[in-house]
Design a protein around this ligand. Structure first.
Ligand SMILES: [Zn+2]
Ligand SMILES: [Zn+2]
Length: 131
């Protein structure tokens, strides 16, 4: 028989720790973290470090959720900034469409001017021919 943690042989005699959890593994007493402290405190350990549902794993989850909260706050700050960006974008779009309208008017006016100049040129030419 070997220890589930260090994979070394367990002496046939001795006080091994047998996990009552899903793994049903046998461990050296020293290979289960916190076991010695629990025995000293009179607590009866029945699960190995992998099977216990309290302890390090939960701490990691807490850390993770703290990170997650931080990320959420970051996102919230950015989302709050979005209306400002949208306002700016709206005013830029507005100016652009105004400019484009003005440009269209300018093109039309330019065509009209060209036409007028052309007609005037013709009139002047006619006047010269007549006189
Ligand atoms: Zn071991
Ligand atoms: Zn176990």
């Amino acid at each position: 028989m070997e220890c589930q943690k260090c994979k070394k042989n367990l002496a046939k005699r001795g006080s091994h720790f047998i996990c009552q959890g899903p793994c049903q593994g046998t461990f050296h007493g020293g290979c289960v973290k916190g076991l010695t402290a629990d025995i000293k405190n009179g607590r009866n350990r029945i699960y190995c470090n992998n099977c216990e549902d309290d302890g390090s794993e939960e701490e990691e989850q807490e850390e993770y959720s703290q990170d997650f909260t931080k990320i959420l706050k970051d996102i919230q700050l950015k989302v709050v900034a979005i209306p400002g960006f949208k306002k700016q974008l709206d005013s830029i779009t507005q100016s652009l469409s105004m400019l484009s309208d003005k440009y269209d008017i300018l093109i039309v006016e330019h065509e009209q001017s060209k036409d007028k100049i052309h007609k005037l040129e013709k009139t002047i030419a006619d006047v010269y021919v007549i006189s």
